[in-house]
Design a binder for this molecule. Sequence first.
Ligand SMILES: C[S@@+](CC[C@H](N)C(=O)[O-])C[C@H]1O[C@@H](n2cnc3c(N)ncnc32)[C@H](O)[C@@H]1O
Length: 136
Amino acid sequence: MNQTAEQRVAAYNDKWPPALLTYNDRIYGVWVIGNTYENASDFYGEYPHKLLQRMQTLFQDKQKVMHLFSGKIIDKGAMTYDIDESHRPTICDDVRNLLAHKTEIQDRDLVMCDPPYDKSDLKSTTFQSRLAKLRC
Ligand SMILES: C[S@@+](CC[C@H](N)C(=O)[O-])C[C@H]1O[C@@H](n2cnc3c(N)ncnc32)[C@H](O)[C@@H]1O
């Protein structure tokens, strides 16, 4: 059964420094992750330390997770989707081809998404898009 926003916040505030509240069934808060912005690797854009664990605390009722733009995320049992084959995602493709994978992804009950931070980080599998990028 789906947890309520209140239940998610209660689980979070119990495990991490309390920082969240609900209003009108929405979750609000600020996460101060600390002054160590260390990453496990030097991969640009990698989730900060413990960010994934904090998200998992909020969504304990979701077992079928997909990480879209997954990069180097390691999350046992979750599906990963990224264009870069060096990250060894479950599905390696351009996000713009998402619908072509409908059958594989339709049972996911949570999608966590960490897209490229700007246009220059958006990669493409199509020659046309590469060309468009060059023209920008
Ligand atoms: C901000 S990073 C995500 C990093 C991830 N949160 C982590 O902790 O490693 C963005 C990711 O989007 C991927 N990406 C870029 N363009 C894409 C596209 N067109 N389709 C799918 N993935 C793409 C990159 O390969 C990169 O891994």
